[in-house]
Design a protein around this ligand. Structure first.
Ligand code: ZN
Ligand code: ZN
Length: 77
């Protein structure tokens, strides 16, 4: 499973905390949303594994019950 640009489907490059598409010259942040209630999930790092917490459902979500989106990050230059 790779990280692909939502615009051009090319591979994104991990660059200094954001995912970068060299083709579109855009930066993206990875956001996880709850598959049940659509709320933004809080990312938890535990023992090298990534899990998510939904403040709305008030429960832990596994990676498979999270929906991952790449949100464009506007950079001011
Ligand atoms: Zn792109
Ligand atoms: Zn939820």
């Amino acid at each position: 499973m790779g990280n692909h640009c939502p615009d051009c489907e090319r591979d994104l490059v991990w660059d200094n905390g954001t995912y970068r598409c060299e083709t579109c010259e855009k930066s993206f942040v990875k956001q996880a949303f709850c598959a049940t209630c659509d709320a933004l999930l809080e990312k938890l790092q535990a023992c090298g594994a990534t899990s998510y917490f939904c403040n709305s459902c008030n429960e832990l979500k596994s990676k498979s019950s999270a929906r991952i989106y790449f949100e464009e990050q506007k950079t001011v230059s």
